[in-house]
Design a protein around this ligand. Structure first.
Ligand SMILES: Cc1cc2nc3c(=O)[nH]c(=O)nc-3n(C[C@H](O)[C@H](O)[C@H](O)COP(=O)(O)OP(=O)(O)OC[C@H]3O[C@@H](n4cnc5c(N)ncnc54)[C@H](O)[C@@H]3O)c2cc1C
Length: 67
């Protein structure tokens, strides 16, 4: 649950940071561009967000949506 929450928070926070920087946020002159790019990887490795959701749902409900 912590990994799922932190991953999605990182994506949301860096997405907002890019937006606040406007056009500068997507240039390599500003660190926020790299932070946002790096954040996109986090929901993928060590269990994707979708797989985390399936595992959490299985733990909470006992219903397995996949084997
Ligand atoms: C920076 C980085 C470092 C990595 N380091 C390692 C490492 O050290 N060791 C290692 O073994 N691997 C590593 N990986 C691989 C990583 O674990 C896989 O990329 C990850 O497990 C996803 O597998 P996949 O890329 O084959 O995507 P897929 O499994 O093809 O998934 C593609 C998309 O489909 C979704 N999806 C898949 N199955 C389901 C389902 N049943 N229900 C709903 N949605 C589903 C996924 O959530 C994802 O959004 C790394 C990846 C990255 C990006």
């Amino acid at each position: 649950m912590a990994k799922y929450f932190a991953s999605e928070t990182a994506v949301t926070a860096t997405r907002q940071a890019v937006q606040m920087h406007g056009g500068n946020g997507v240039t390599r002159e500003f660190l926020v561009e790299k932070l946002a790019r790096d954040a996109l990887l986090v929901p993928i490795y060590e269990g994707t967000t979708q797989i985390q959701q399936l595992i959490i749902a299985r733990a909470l409900t006992g219903v397995a949506a996949f084997s």
